[in-house]
Design a protein around this ligand. Structure first.
Ligand code: DAH
Length: 342
């Protein structure tokens, strides 16, 4: 019996040291199976019951059972410790400092050109104009012919055109929409037309093969040049500020008669003359005039009944003047250091 006692004790000893040496719950689970399972030492001991003196068998049974209890208790104890340690480690790993200041997301802004188009059209909407848009791929008829600019007309030269074929082109101006709108509507017609236009120009500080224009057209009974001047002067004050002065200079456009260009007083020098206004004190911002009778005729309007005015402005130029931008390319390069200033 003494021999058996020693054996059981040795098994318990080894078991406790194995438990002690399990450093993860997974290792401990392996140890549990190894120690208490069907192939474990304890089970093997129990199988030797036959060789024990029948008198001693109850004692031996009790001994093995108590050994088993000791091992189980130790396993449970160790399991509690390891589970707690692993949980603590996981929490540490997943720790979030809720007091840490966040990273502010960069907030997007509307591009200064888009802003310009929105602001300009809005001013005209307030004055009762509807906003319409039209095709960038146009026909020669709408872009030139119906605008009193027949083939070989010298005005075609200054708008070097991208042709798709003999009769189809990329519009060089938003003016073709004058014709399209008059064809479509009964007078009065009162629209502004923002959009992209195309010309075969080399890129430099003031040129781009793609740029934006806003066209305006009002056709009704008894429309005069005074109406045009009042409307555009109002626009200039709203867009550039109340203190801005405007002046109209005679000019030539095929589709208006009479035609004019509008200048605004130079904001840099206040009219005294500087580099920006080329010592003029004035800066040209748009073309305008009274709709030419030939244009009215082309859409089937009677020029003896109806009159109208039209104007067209380059958005890039207006936006550059408003913000003091001296290079048009800045508007297309999308450098955030530039864009974030608006
Ligand atoms: N379409 C002209 C251009 O691109 C601008 C223009 C001038 C438009 C006079 C007009 C106008 O409607 O009346 O240069």
């Amino acid at each position: 019996m003494k021999e058996m006692n020693d054996k059981v004790e040795a098994v318990v000893e080894r078991a406790l040291s194995a438990i002690e040496n399990a450093h993860t719950t997974a290792a401990l689970e392996e140890a549990r199976v190894r120690l208490l399972g069907r192939k474990g030492e304890l089970t093997t001991l129990l199988r030797q019951m036959k060789s024990v003196d029948p008198e001693d068998r109850p004692k031996f049974g009790a001994l093995v059972n108590s050994a088993r209890e000791t091992i189980e208790k130790e396993l449970d104890e160790r399991a509690r410790v390891l589970v707690a340690a692993e949980k603590a480690a996981r929490l540490e790993l997943e720790r979030i400092d809720v007091t840490m200041p966040g990273r502010a997301p960069r907030i997007g802004k509307i591009h200064p050109l888009t802003r310009g188009i929105m602001d300009i059209t809005e001013i005209f909407v307030e004055m009762g104009f509807a906003v319409v848009e039209g095709p960038e791929v146009e026909t020669d008829y709408y872009n030139f012919e119906a605008l009193n600019t027949p083939q070989y007309h010298p005005a075609r030269d200054v708008q070097d055109t991208f042709y798709v074929n003999d009769t189809v082109l990329l519009r060089t101006q938003t003016s073709p929409m004058q014709v399209r709108e008059m064809e479509k509507r009964e007078p009065p017609v009162k629209v502004v037309v923002p959009g992209r236009v195309y010309r075969r120009d080399q890129v430099d500080a003031t040129h781009s093969p793609v740029f934006h224009q806003i066209e305006g057209l009002l056709v009704d009974h008894d429309i005069t040049f005074t109406d045009l001047k009042g409307t555009l002067a109002m626009f200039a004050r709203k867009f550039y500020g109340e203190e801005r002065k405007v002046r109209f200079r005679p000019h030539y456009f095929p589709f208006t008669e009479p035609s004019a260009e509008m200048d605004i007083s130079c904001a840099i020098c206040g009219g005294a003359g500087c580099r920006v206004c080329k010592q003029e004190g004035w800066i040209e911002v748009l073309g305008c005039g009274l709709v030419h009778p030939n244009v009215l005729r082309a859409v089937g309007y009677d020029p003896d009944e109806l009159t109208g005015y039209a104007f067209g402005m380059g958005v890039e130029r207006l936006v550059m003047l408003k913000h003091g931008i001296d290079d048009l390319r800045l508007l297309y390069e999308n450098d955030l250091r530039f864009l974030s200033q608006f």
